[in-house]
Design a protein around this ligand. Structure first.
Ligand code: HPA
Ligand code: ZN
Length: 339
C-alpha cells in the first residue's frame, strides 16, 4: 500500500470527535436538489455538478450567501430529520464517535420554519443514531452575528423549551464588523442560564476579536482562532490557559484564509503546544468531511500518526463531555494507538 492509502485507512479507523460543524454546512448537493424539488424552491441549479460548481468562494461572505440559500430548501420536520441523519451516518462511516453540532434557528425563521419543527426533526435523527450505533451528540445553539444582539436574545428565549437539548451557545456568520463585544449581554444571560460558551473568532477577524471573545464573552473555546499567531501575548495566553481552538483546514483554504494547505499554521500551533483540533466546518461546501481534513494535512504538511493522535486526543479533551465520558474515549484512543 502507498503511504497515503495506509494513512487513510488508519485515520478512517481512528476514533475522533468533531467539535466545529454547522449542520447546514453538511447539506449535500443531492439532498439540496431533492428538497428544492419537493418544496418547490426555485434554484438556478439543476444538477449536483451545477451545485458543486458554485462551491467556489473568495471569502467568508461569498460562502455564506450560498450557505443561506442552501438552507432555504429546508421546510418541514422530515427535511430536518434527513439533514441530521445524513451527517450522523457520515459520523458512523468516519468513526466520529462524538460530535458537537451547531444549530442556527435564525437561518430558518425568515422561511417561516419554527424552532419546534427544526428540533423535532433533529431530535428524531439523533435518538435513532444514539440507539442505533451509540453515536454521541451534543448540540450548540449558534447565533448569527450579522443580526442584532436583541434578535439573538429573543432566539435564546425561544430556546427555553429546548434548554436541555443545548450544551452551549455559539456565534457564527459574518465576522468582520461584528465583534464579539456586540453580544456581551447575550453571553451574560446565557451564562446565567447555565450554557457553556464558544464563538467564532480570528477566522477573518483580527486577533483582538479572540481576546474579546475570551475576556468579554468568557468563552471556553474558540472556533477557528488561526489568526492568534499575530499576537505573541495571546498565543502565550492560549497555551497557559489551555484554551482549545477548533481549526478547520479545508474551510480555511476554501475561504482564502490561507492561500494553500501548505501555508496552514495548524501544525505550528500544535507543536507550539496550543490545544488545536481538526474539524470540517461545512463539509459539503468545502469538499471534505473530517477524514478528508486529516488527509489534506497529511498530504500537504506531512501530518504524522503521532501528531494525528494528539489532534484526536485534543478533540475529546476539548469537548463538552463529562470527565468520565472523556476518559472512556481517551481509553479507546489509547487502545487504537497500540494497534
Ligand atoms: N465562519 C463563520 N460563520 C460560519 C462559518 C464560518 O466558517 N460556517 C458557517 N457559518
Ligand atoms: Zn464555523
Amino acid at each position: 500500500m502507498s503511504d497515503n492509502s495506509d494513512f487513510n485507512a488508519w485515520v478512517s479507523g481512528l476514533p475522533k470527535a468533531e467539535l466545529h460543524l454547522h449542520i447546514d454546512g453538511s447539506l449535500q448537493a443531492h439532498r439540496l436538489l431533492a428538497l428544492a424539488e419537493k418544496n418547490n424552491v426555485k434554484l438556478d441549479y439543476k444538477t449536483t455538478e451545477e451545485v458543486e460548481a458554485a462551491y467556489n468562494f473568495v471569502d467568508l461572505q461569498s460562502f455564506l450567501d450560498l450557505y443561506y440559500l442552501g438552507a432555504s430548501v429546508l421546510k418541514d420536520e422530515e427535511d430536518f430529520y434527513h439533514l441530521m441523519m445524513d451527517y450522523l451516518l457520515k459520523c458512523r462511516e468516519q468513526n466520529i464517535v462524538h460530535c458537537e453540532i451547531m444549530v442556527e434557528p435564525q437561518t430558518y425563521f425568515p422561511n417561516g420554519v419554527s424552532f419546534a419543527t427544526v428540533m423535532a426533526g433533529f431530535k428524531k435523527a439523533i435518538k435513532e443514531a444514539e440507539q442505533g450505533w451509540g453515536q454521541s451528540v451534543l448540540l450548540i445553539l449558534s447565533l448569527l452575528r450579522h443580526l442584532s444582539e436583541q434578535e439573538a436574545i429573543e432566539t435564546l428565549t425561544q430556546a427555553e423549551p429546548f434548554r436541555d437539548d443545548f450544551v452551549a451557545i455559539g456565534l457564527a456568520s459574518s465576522e468582520n464588523g461584528n465583534p464579539p463585544e456586540k453580544f456581551e449581554k447575550l453571553y451574560r444571560v446565557a451564562r446565567e442560564q447555565g450554557y457553556l460558551a464558544i464563538a467564532h473568532a480570528g477566522e477573518e477577524g483580527p486577533a483582538d476579536y479572540i481576546w474579546s471573545a475570551l475576556k468579554k464573552l468568557k468563552v471556553q473555546r474558540i472556533d477557528h482562532g488561526v489568526r492568534c499567531v499575530e499576537d505573541a501575548t495571546l498565543l502565550q495566553y492560549l497555551k497557559k490557559e489551555n484554551i482549545p481552538l477548533t481549526v478547520c483546514p479545508l474551510s480555511n483554504v476554501c475561504l482564502c484564509v490561507f492561500d494553500s494547505m501548505t501555508e496552514h499554521n495548524i501544525l505550528e500551533l500544535l507543536e507550539e503546544g496550543v490545544k488545536v483540533t481538526v474539524n470540517s466546518d461545512d463539509p459539503s461546501y468545502f469538499r471534505g468531511f473530517l477524514n478528508e481534513n486529516y488527509m489534506a494535512l497529511h498530504e500537504a504538511l506531512n501530518l504524522t500518526k503521532p501528531q494525528a493522535l494528539v489532534l484526536a486526543k485534543n478533540s475529546f479533551e476539548a469537548s463538552f463531555l463529562t470527565a468520565d465520558q472523556k476518559a472512556q474515549y481517551l481509553q479507546k484512543l489509547d487502545v487504537y494507538s497500540r494497534g
